[in-house]
Ligand binder design. Structure first.
Ligand SMILES: Cc1ncc(COP(=O)(O)O)c(C=O)c1O
Length: 475
């Protein structure tokens, strides 16, 4: 074990390494090139009996671990959705780790609870969510959605399922065919059964078809099923399609069904007034989640969950064993009752640092910049002879493919684009991912990394064109 002097010395070395990492991040391969077991076989099968010094462990970190890292913070990381970070967030995480707070109840750190309360209020104001919503930080959107499903389940059953288990009712959950897999996972865990997740068709823009939704509910009612919850997505994972919230909200109100909104990625765009159209109808929504850990420069993990009926949420999760009884109960927020886990990390601190250090204007500027970079590249794709957009851009995700002259058969194009994706990522100079939209193998490029510049996007475009040439096609 090290003492405080050694800790101080090492912490300075680490801080220098961290700053060097960010300054030199462009020199790393973005997507790790290691093969399965490459890392494992360098790690001893047994733990050390004797203490090892930090410098040796740190050297191994650089030698063994770094080559197996995919650099999510690289400005040339364009895959999936980002899990971006920033200096203020990192600094706050250092403090969080130092304090090592476990903020399960107000009394275990009043500041952790009250800062969380205030940060959730700030986020509501920043994104235009109704002031009557109550916010709590969850680890991920998957957990937040599961929390919503469980609360909906308890509310509809007058909190009976918690007490007695399921009766014979069949509960149904509605989402679109483009909905994130976490919804199905949540439905499985909450005990509804995967087959009771009804995947409603989408229109040609991959948005939920509201007629399809209404028909599905009507058909279920005719069979004696219990429509429980609709999940609308703002910003689908495949193509950032935005489900028509106000029409869906009207249906949810008519059939008295819980309405949960999954805005995991796109929620950050609500900071911009010009994207508030996405939440028209929000006052009818029961719960809402978005991830500052995706596009709001706040280290993974930090998911902002909002709920209208706070009592239903708390009644679903509250259990008070004797050892957690407090005199402040009822007067303060004890966040252990607002979700699944008891122990909670102090995540509000990094949000506080990020929001204050960027300022709301600074956050908006960066988000707008990312969207403008995506718009410029979309134009280049549209003007190019051999690439085509698969679906129009909504925010900063581009869904496109390589389509050379003379090849029209979809399967062949799919194979070609899969090859192109592999070739592009194998360069190590950038990282993009893919999805399938209507059977079309689609390249996905999200421009949302904290430090991405026009130069990084231009470089990526050149790499794409260069790899097309390497497949022996003209661009
Ligand atoms: C629309 C959507 N919902 C939910 C999730 C799951 O997010 P998390 O990793 O926070 O559970 C994702 C992840 O990309 C997503 O795109």
């Amino acid at each position: 074990m090290i003492d405080s002097n050694e800790f101080r010395k090492q912490a300075h070395i680490f801080a220098d390494w961290m700053a060097d990492y960010f300054e030199g991040i462009d020199k790393f391969r973005v997507k790790s090139g290691v093969k399965p077991d490459d890392i494992l076989k360098q790690l001893p099968p047994d733990p050390p009996d004797k203490p090892e010094n930090i410098q040796d462990i740190f050297n191994d970190f650089q030698k063994i671990i770094i080559p197996g890292i995919t650099h999510w913070q690289s400005p040339s990381f364009f895959a999936y959705f980002p899990a971006n970070s920033s200096y203020p967030s990192l600094l706050a995480e250092m403090l969080t780790a130092t304090l090592g707070v476990q903020g399960m109840i107000w009394e275990t750190s009043p500041a952790a609870t009250e800062l969380e309360e205030r940060m959730m209020d700030w986020l509501k104001k920043m994104t235009g969510l109704p002031s009557g919503f109550h916010g709590v930080i969850q680890d991920t959107a998957s957990t937040a959605t599961l929390t919503a499903l469980l609360t909906a389940r308890e509310k509809i059953s007058s909190f009976k399922i918690n007490e007695e288990g399921f009766d014979n009712s069949v509960y149904r959950i509605y989402c679109s065919t483009e909905t994130h897999s976490s919804i199905e996972k949540g439905a499985k865990i909450a005990g509804f059964g995967k087959k009771n997740v009804v995947k409603v068709r989408t229109n040609n823009r991959f948005e939920m078809d509201v007629d399809g939704l209404r028909q599905a509910i009507e058909s279920d009612l005719a069979k004696g099923y219990n429509p429980l919850c609709i999940i609308a997505t703002l910003g689908t994972t495949g193509s950032t399609a935005v489900d028509p919230l106000s029409e869906i909200a009207a249906i949810a109100a008519q059939y008295k069904v819980w309405l949960h909104v999954d805005a995991a990625f796109a929620g950050t765009a609500l900071l911009l007034e010009e994207y508030r159209w996405m939440i028209k109808g929000i006052e009818k929504v029961d719960s809402f989640v978005f991830n500052p850990h995706k596009w709001m420069f706040t280290n993974f993990d930090c998911s902002a969950y909002f709920v209208k009926d706070k009592e239903a949420l708390i009644n679903t999760f509250s259990i008070t064993p004797e050892y957690l009884r407090t005199k402040t109960a009822g007067r303060v927020n004890d966040y252990r009752d607002w979700g699944i886990q008891l122990g909670r990390r102090f995540r509000a601190l990094k949000l506080w640092f990020v929001i204050r250090n960027f300022g709301v204007e600074g956050l908006k500027e960066k988000i707008r910049f990312h969207i403008s970079l995506a718009k410029d590249l979309e134009q280049k794709i549209n003007e190019s002879m051999n690439f085509e957009m698969i679906t129009p851009r909504t925010l900063n995700l581009l869904c496109f493919r390589f389509k050379p002259d003379g090849i029209t058969e979809n399967e062949e194009l799919n194979r070609l684009n899969e090859k192109l994706l592999e070739a592009v990522n194998a360069t190590g100079k950038m990282f993009i991912s893919h999805t399938k939209l209507n059977g079309i193998y689609t390249l996905r490029m999200v421009i949302g990394q904290t430090n991405v510049t026009e130069g990084h996007v231009e470089k990526a475009w050149q790499v794409l064109k260069d790899r097309v040439r390497s497949l022996e096609f003209e661009v």
